[in-house]
Design a protein around this ligand. Structure first.
Ligand SMILES: Cc1cc2nc3c(=O)[nH]c(=O)nc-3n(C[C@H](O)[C@H](O)[C@H](O)COP(=O)(O)OP(=O)(O)OC[C@H]3O[C@@H](n4cnc5c(N)ncnc54)[C@H](O)[C@@H]3O)c2cc1C
Length: 450
């Protein structure tokens, strides 16, 4: 595909998953002036696993970067949902149908492998994609469609960078979003979910002495142990050399001592205490964690925004639809946003239509991603039930999955998988663009038709 206006000046704020993927998708669509501004001095991704569901793998193949991470990825063949306290397997969902049904198997990988794959693709696209690391955006001039950037080391006011389009891919703490809301006198509505997550990685050799644990890292399975208000999900990554463990539990650490970072080194003894009533296999697994390697993330979401677009500025990824991790779709949806942005911007024939074009993007993505944010939260509520009667009913529902019942863990529910994995965001954007563009041009929004 080739952009009708290839020299459109596109500024991307943030080189996270969505920023990198968007830059690359824009390049692939023929854009020649893509500048990425990243506050950090390098990519700096927290060591953790990430689910590479079929809808994400499809985008990575489209972006031509799949080869960079194929060796890291592990194909999942089943998902085992277990009672945390007893280790009883409540549900075993085969994932072998996924490749046939959605064109790609379900995989998991190291977060760094994904980010690095995207970055390698972007680097190969230089100078059409240009990175400015250590350069945080501190303000936006919406009138002139410009952005103000200030290099980290500079003491002064920074300098203005002109752009035709500004894409806010700056994550859950988005400055671009804050600027947009402030323009309307609104406060940023980032919400504390009351939950935090430990991210832990065990190396294969740490498990080697324990045949039961070794079998987990050698398997092609994901394991979810659930309990009241908490769960643990674990799976092998990096060619089965690492067992990745991610948890969700009530936030005590950040609530007691609010920090600006929302990510911190955590205390192993607190981790062990939090899961002390889980089964012996989990206890042995957590005992192996190296004291200094427990990382804790605060889990935040945001109230749905009225709009993702202000002038020629649009939000994407966690900046506009941060989600709980229970569907494993945060990065996937962020990367889909980038793919859709590249499609709609490539259809522009005049800079005067940038705003309308961004409204088309919002129309294609907002309701869908916000629905998934709700579904992730709902899945978390089911997994974390506290009432014994409700837990028993849920566990029975888990057992009925093999007879065709809905899975309370929506990540592995067939209807949800059809909705998420069976959807081609690029094909959808291609199909709907003309209709949505015409509607936006005709003032559909002002008439209340959207
Ligand atoms: C515990 C946990 C587990 C998860 N597991 C999964 C999973 O299995 N699968 C999945 O798909 N998703 C998962 N996610 C979600 C996923 O990590 C996010 O949805 C994804 O990283 C969002 O990408 P992003 O590019 O929008 O934001 P980010 O990746 O947060 O990137 C934002 C970037 O913007 C930069 N930035 C910020 N402010 C500025 C500024 N002012 N100027 C310039 N740069 C700036 C930041 O430094 C950062 O590099 C998980 C999340 C959590 C918390």
């Amino acid at each position: 595909m080739s952009a009708a206006l290839p020299s459109l000046r596109i500024a991307i704020v943030g080189a996270g998953m969505s920023g990198l993927a968007t830059a690359l998708a824009l390049f692939q669509n023929g854009f020649t002036h893509v500048e990425v501004y990243e506050a950090a001095n390098n990519l700096g991704f927290v060591g953790a696993g990430i689910q590479v569901a079929p809808n994400l793998a499809r985008q990575l193949q489209r972006l031509g970067v799949w080869e960079y991470m194929i060796e890291d990825a592990v194909e999942l063949k089943e998902a085992s949902i277990r009672a945390g306290a007893t280790d009883e397997e409540l549900s075993n969902v085969k994932l072998t149908h996924v490749a046939e049904r959605y064109g790609q198997p379900h995989r998991v990988a190291h977060r760094y492998a994904l980010a690095n794959a995207l970055y390698q693709g972007c680097k190969a696209a230089a100078p059409r994609i240009k990175f400015h690391f250590g350069t945080g955006i501190v303000g936006i001039d919406f009138e002139n469609h410009g952005i103000q950037v200030r290099a980290r080391d500079e003491e002064g006011e920074g300098h203005w960078v002109d752009a035709d389009v500004v894409l806010g891919a700056d994550g859950v703490k988005s400055i671009v979003r804050k600027c947009m809301l402030a323009r309307h006198g609104e406060l940023d509505g980032a919400q504390d979910t009351g939950q935090s997550a430990y991210r832990i990685m065990l190396r294969r050799e740490q498990l080697a002495h324990d045949p039961e644990l070794l079998a987990l890292v050698d398997s092609n399975s994901t394991f979810r142990w659930i309990g009241a208000r908490r769960h643990i999900i674990a799976y092998p990554i990096s060619g089965h050399t690492i067992f990745n463990i991610s948890t969700a539990q009530p936030d005590v650490n950040f609530a007691a001592e609010p920090t600006a970072t929302w990510t911190t080194r955590a205390d192993k003894s607190t981790l062990l205490k939090t899961y002390s009533d889980f089964c012996p296999a989990v206890a042995r697994m957590l005992e192996l964690v190296t004291e200094s390697e427990v990382c804790e993330w605060k889990l935040r979401v945001h109230l749905p925004l009225k709009t993702w677009v202000e002038g020629n500025v649009a939000l994407l990824g966690d900046a506009c639809h941060p989600t709980l991790p229970h569907l494993g779709q945060g990065a996937s949806q962020a990367i889909e946003d980038g793919a859709v942005l590249a499609v709609v911007l490539s259809k522009l024939t005049t800079v005067d239509d940038v705003h309308t074009c961004l409204l088309v993007y919002e129309r294609l993505r907002k309701a869908r991603t916000e629905h998934l944010v709700e579904q992730a939260a709902a899945s978390g509520r089911e997994l974390h039930l506290t009432d014994p009667a409700a837990q028993a009913a849920r566990d029975e529902a888990f057992r009925q999955v093999k007879h065709g019942g809905a899975n309370p863990d929506r990540w592995v529910d067939r209807t949800m998988q059809d909705f998420v994995y069976g959807f081609d965001c690029v094909g959808d954007a291609e199909e709907r663009y003309d209709e949505y563009f015409a509607a936006e041009k005709n003032g559909a929004r002002a008439k209340g038709d959207v």
